[in-house]
Design a protein around this ligand. Structure first.
Ligand code: C2E
Ligand code: MG
Ligand code: MG
Length: 674
């Protein structure tokens, strides 16, 4: 305890830090007083006890006196040593303190310099941050967790075309997400990304922004803030959009393409969402392309796309599958009645198409397949839909088929029918009927059209529409046509022998036949082999025979014409051709289709068209034969407009040979020929 007191009070120099911490202990007055007090105590004690001590040490009076003499010196020396010690000790302490303070001052100075440097660095950093906020090409948005916007940098204001105070902006709309859910994620301390787009700026420009938001905590306990840094990704999104369009859309019609259609089907199938797929193929599109050129063909496709678009409903997909093939997806339309209704709408929007002052009849063939009934993968559905489409085309186009086992059955039936046709040819089962051509005014028979019939064992007939298209598909039509030609020539010879040398017989020649390379030689040989006047023979062809791609059919027809055979354009009015086009072909007779004639007395506009066609035909010196005349009104109308020949149920149905001969016998003599 005493030691501690000594160390603290008397020898505190042992611990200079103690002094520095107790600077009051270094008060000069108290120390001086303490030294003076020690001196006073020691001096007083010396005066009081020194003589007695001296007497004790030197009892001899002489020695005592001698010692007395040195006693003063001793006292001075002792006090001098004591004073020296005390002052030295104190001065030493002061010097140490001064050194410590000096060192501390240097430290302080260094710390101060560091502080000044740090402050200027801080100012620099702050300026830089402000510069970044003001000038960086990024949107910087500062907001509070309660949704209040504190700051939006100038770049952001300019980009988003902010025309009011930023704190009036709707924050969730700006960030493209709910602020509350964003705030929840931000509290975890992680940066949260979100995307805005499109943001419609006041000018109408669509802007896309990619946001990166982070919560900033104020260490001094102030309100937490969120910094959202936004990158303008508008160009990127636009580019993506363009690439998307290139990859998924058709350039000509702007419709989704096959790829897009298939991906949509994949998605719907994955979601087990029932839908109907309809694949459509424009009838005779190739003919339009070939005769009118690709530019018109493109317009035709665009028009078709437009018509289909007009009946496409929300949620449905319309795509151009390629070429002249279109596809549609109808979600939730799977009921046969609904399918029938929707398909009907398609056929209704495909009618006449006006182009280059001409009217073209547009039609299409379609196949339908339903998910999941007709396949549970995209590949199967498309395959089955294609089968149905092909059947629609085979059955004469301008119709649709829903895929079903029936379609498969029909394919099997077609195969059976094809072998039945072969057998019929071998066993000579076919027969020719003759439908008289009549002079409309006199009623005289001018000739006849030979029409094939296929009598069955039960007394019924298979009509040409039920086997001719199939025979065309299988190529059997070639032999059939040559057989009919041969029969007709035989009939011409018999008629001439029977006293009707003036009669003109018409024979239908399929476009499939006329486009066969060997057809011309065969026909010429067949005619030349018999002694008949080629001028009494008319070959009826449809425009598809003429609209072939390499023009060999047109050349073939020209040679037939050169031989003296008349050529008739059958079914005029059902295709695309106008008389102007026909004038380029070696055609002399126009057979006006029944669908035309049916309009007489029904549709005034169509009547005007018939009248115009007849006028033009007369100018171009075509002979016109009207088909399918069924009423007296039709006959009168046609006669009054200069059409002198026709055939139809009004006069005669196609007649078997004996009846045809009887009709001839009853017919008035043909005193007028046109
Ligand atoms: P097409 O050459 O236009 O023949 C006229 C069709 O109209 C015939 O049908 C005829 O029976 C029918 N018809 C004639 N007048 C009337 C009428 O007043 N009212 C109605 N409703 N119909 C009438 P058909 O005999 O059934 O022949 C259909 C088509 O089959 C023919 O049309 C022709 O394209 C084709 N065809 C017929 N025979 C042959 C043939 O021997 N060879 C080829 N390649 N095709 C043939
Ligand atoms: Mg005909
Ligand atoms: Mg016809």
């Amino acid at each position: 305890m005493l030691k501690e007191w000594w160390d603290r009070r008397i020898r505190p120099d042992k611990d200079i830090d103690w002094f520095l911490q107790h600077p009051d202990s270094l008060q000069a007055g108290s120390h001086a007083l303490r030294i003076a007090a020690i001196y006073l105590v020691v001096g007083s004690l010396w005066i009081l006890v020194s003589d007695a001590i001296l007497f004790l040490i030197f009892p001899d009076p002489n020695a005592y006196h001698t010692a007395q003499r040195f006693k003063g010196w001793f006292y001075v020396a002792a006090t001098a040593v004591m004073l020296y010690g005390l002052i030295y000790w104190r001065m030493e302490l002061l010097s140490q303190a001064a050194q410590t303070i000096g060192a501390a001052y240097e430290d302080l100075q260094a710390a101060h310099e560091e502080l000044v440097a740090a402050e200027s660095e801080l100012r620099y950093q702050k300026d830089m941050a402000q510069h970044l906020v003001d000038d960086a090409p990024a949107i910087i948005l500062l907001w509070q967790l309660d949704g209040k916007i504190i700051e939006l940098n100038p770049y952001g204001q300019k980009l988003l075309e902010v025309d009011r105070s930023p704190d009036e902006l709707p924050l969730p709309e700006l960030l493209g997400t709910s602020t509350a859910s964003l705030a929840k994620s931000l509290v975890s301390g992680e940066a949260v990304v979100s995307e805005l787009g499109p943001w419609e700026a006041p000018s109408g420009r669509q802007i896309y922004v990619w946001w990166n938001s982070r919560l900033i905590t104020d260490p001094s306990g102030g309100e937490e803030k969120v910094v959202s840094v936004g990158t303008d990704i508008t160009q990127q999104r636009e580019l993506e959009g363009r690439l998307q369009r290139l990859a998924y859309y058709d350039n000509l019609t702007q419709l989704p393409n096959r790829q897009r259609m298939q991906e949509t089907m994949d998605q719907w199938i994955a979601a087990e969402r029932p839908f109907t797929l309809i694949l459509m193929d424009l009838d005779h599109f190739q003919d339009i392309n070939d005769t009118l050129g690709h530019d018109i063909g493109d317009l035709f496709l665009q028009h078709a796309a437009q018509q289909l678009r007009s009946i496409t409903r929300d949620g449905e997909v319309l795509a151009r599958m390629g070429g002249d093939e279109f596809g549609m997806l109808w979600p939730h339309v799977t009921d046969p009645d609904q399918i029938q209704g929707r398909t009907q709408e398609i056929f209704e929007v495909f009618g006449p198409w006006q182009m280059l002052d001409h009217e073209f009849m547009m039609s299409l063939s379609a196949g339908v397949a339903v998910y999941p009934r007709h396949g549970d993968t995209t590949v199967d559905l498309v395959k089955n839909c294609d089968t149905a489409l092909n059947n629609a085309k085979k059955e004469g186009r301008n119709r649709f088929f829903v895929y079903s086992e029936d379609v498969q059955e029909r394919n099997v039936a077609a195969i059976k029918m094809s072998s039945a046709i072969r057998r019929a040819m071998e066993q000579n089962e076919f027969e020719l009927y003759y439908q008289p051509h009549i002079h409309l005014e006199t009623g005289a028979i001018l000739g006849a059209e030979a029409l094939i019939r296929w009598p069955q064992a039960d007394g019924s007939f298979v009509g040409p529409p039920d086997f001719i298209p199939l025979a065309e598909d299988t190529g059997q039509i070639y032999d059939i046509d040559l057989w009919v030609l041969q029969q007709a020539i035989n009939e011409m010879k018999e008629l001439a022998a029977a006293g009707y040398p003036h009669l003109v017989l018409s024979v239908n020649i399929s476009s499939r036949t006329i486009n066969q390379p060997q057809a011309l030689a065969q026909i010429v040989q067949t005619i030349a082999a018999e002694d008949v006047d080629p001028q009494r023979l008319v070959l009826e062809v449809t425009e598809t025979a003429i609209l072939d791609r390499d023009h060999s059919a047109a050349a073939n027809l020209q040679q037939l014409k050169d031989l003296g055979v008349y050529l008739a354009l059958d079914d005029f009015g059902t295709g695309y051709s106008s008389l102007e086009y026909v004038s380029n072909w070696p055609i002399e007779v126009i057979k006006m289709d029944r669908s035309f004639i049916d309009n007489i007395g029904v549709d005034e506009k169509k009547e005007a068209v018939i009248a115009a066609v007849l006028r033009l035909a007369a100018t171009l010196q075509y002979r016109v034969v009207a088909e399918g005349i069924e009423t007296e009104e039709q006959r009168t109308f046609l006669m009054q407009r200069g059409c002198s020949q026709g055939q139809g149920y009004l006069f005669y149905r196609p007649l078997p040979k004996e009846h045809w001969r009887l009709a001839l016998a009853d017919s008035p003599a043909p005193d007028t020929q046109s």
